[in-house]
Design a protein around this ligand. Structure first.
Ligand code: GLY
Length: 420
């Protein structure tokens, strides 16, 4: 977002809290943690920005928007209550129930591991187990067998391996189909869809290995048909936004619909109250409208004046991760080749787990870089992104080699039968 905002003629100055080694090229990074709500409020009172935009979910779930609003400061992001769509999977499920939004069948929600394990007697396999609260992307398991399900329930509810986010959980029916990330920017009344994207959550090629925060994403013209997009909007996006405005203060910011496209239509697996990572990187590279103007329109509740546009073609982002991720990994590895990779036309290198160390950029997290390219076709974008990856080196670097290989969504044609 900072990379795209920096290109706007409307933007004079950007501060980012806390930022990272890559963002520092485009913004002044300020050492306040993204979940330090009081620190962020004090920072905004001191800097007096025209507008604050929130990236991650934690400060929203903790009520940052509400605190800004009390002080008359403009912020793009949902209220504490609306951020519960991401902050509590059970709340989200109840919300979808109230507004008839298609979502997999719920077997039940539990705050006792014994009752959750007993409920496994009555489920179809595989079954989806979801921790209720925020668990940094580790709170969902599609369990193929009872021993696997029991072990996960014990890990999150008895050993508290995921912290307080795992103190309640829900069991739901597992669906077959293709996953799609459908993200909209909204001012609570109107909305503009981002280019639809696909994430790759498993660590290894061919969707094998453990779940990660995301190993790459892509977007392309024709990924879904206009008719199918209109079904998503009619059955899912519009009723969600209408429900939110009925229940609370206007939702502003990005709203992420994690969809499963099934043979009988699109179904919501999860909401996020933010953009997706790594979906954001390919979205930003194809974006052909001024994001700063759009954010200003959101804060003024005039988003209906903004006409989104997307560069024709496709974009792909490959996530380079530290060796061992999503398990244990080492940090502090020097990264080389960043300038050579970024010099390739239509390539941008987005930083995640990096920091500056003297004259070097070193690794500081599991997901290190989002190496992203935009081109006239998906094949060219894939080729370009991997060419850039080939120029970047750090000890133990890993990445998937099949990001984008799925192409457009064949199931869409079958899924064109709208609900009802
Ligand atoms: N890519 C999934 C997420 O951001 O939650």
């Amino acid at each position: 977002m900072v990379w795209r905002l920096r290109q706007s003629p409307e933007v004079e100055k950007i501060w980012c809290a806390p930022g990272n080694g890559g963002i520092a090229e485009y913004a002044e990074c300020v050492p306040v943690s993204a979940d330090d709500v009081e620190g962020l409020v004090s920072l905004a009172e001191r800097l007096k920005p025209d507008l604050t935009v929130v990236g991650p979910e934690a400060p929203l779930v903790a009520g940052l928007r509400n605190k800004f609003e009390l002080r008359g400061m403009r912020l793009v992001g949902p209220s504490r209550r609306d951020a519960r769509l991401e902050g509590s999977k059970i709340y989200a499920k109840e919300f979808m129930g109230r507004y008839g939004i298609p979502t997999p069948t719920l077997y039940g929600d539990f705050d006792s591991p014994i009752e959750a394990i007993r409920a496994l007697d009555a489920v179809d396999w595989p079954v989806v187990i979801k921790a209720d609260g925020l668990c940094a992307g580790k709170g969902v398991l599609v369990a193929e067998s009872r021993p696997e399900a029991e072990a996960f329930i014990r890990r999150i509810m008895q050993k508290h391996e995921l912290g307080p986010g795992g103190s309640r959980l829900l069991l739901e029916h597992a669906l077959k189909g293709d996953e799609l990330s459908f993200i909209v920017l909204t001012d609570g009344r109107s909305f503009i869809p981002m280019a639809p994207t696909r994430d790759h959550k498993r660590a290894f090629d061919g969707d094998r290995g453990p779940n990660t925060g995301g190993m790459g994403a892509y977007t392309m013209d024709g990924m879904i048909t206009p008719r199918f997009e209109s079904v998503i909007v009619k059955d899912i996006v519009s009723p969600t936004i209408a429900g939110l405005s009925e229940e609370g203060i206007p939702y502003t910011g990005f709203l992420y619909f994690g969809l499963m496209l099934t043979a009988s239509g699109p179904t919501v697996l999860e909401y996020n109250c933010r953009l997706g990572d790594p979906e954001t990187q390919p979205i930003m590279m194809r974006m052909d409208f001024d994001l700063a103007v759009a954010f200003d329109a959101v804060a003024s509740r005039k988003l209906d004046r903004i006409k989104p546009a997307w560069k024709a073609g496709a974009s792909v982002s490959i996530v380079m991760v530290s060796g061992g991720y999503p398990g244990t990994f080492e940090t502090g590895k020097v990264i080389t080749g960043l300038a050579e990779a970024a010099a390739l036309p239509n390539v941008a290198i987005f930083h995640a787990g990096t920091k500056r160390d003297g004259d070097s950029i070193v690794t500081s997290g599991g997901r290190v870089l989002g190496v992203t390219a935009v081109a006239d076709s998906l094949e060219q974008a894939i080729h370009k992104a991997y060419e850039a990856v080939g120029k970047i080196h750090f000890d133990g670097a890993q990445y998937r080699t099949d990001i984008g290989a799925k192409g457009n969504l064949q199931t869409c044609a079958k899924a064109e039968v709208p609900h009802g």
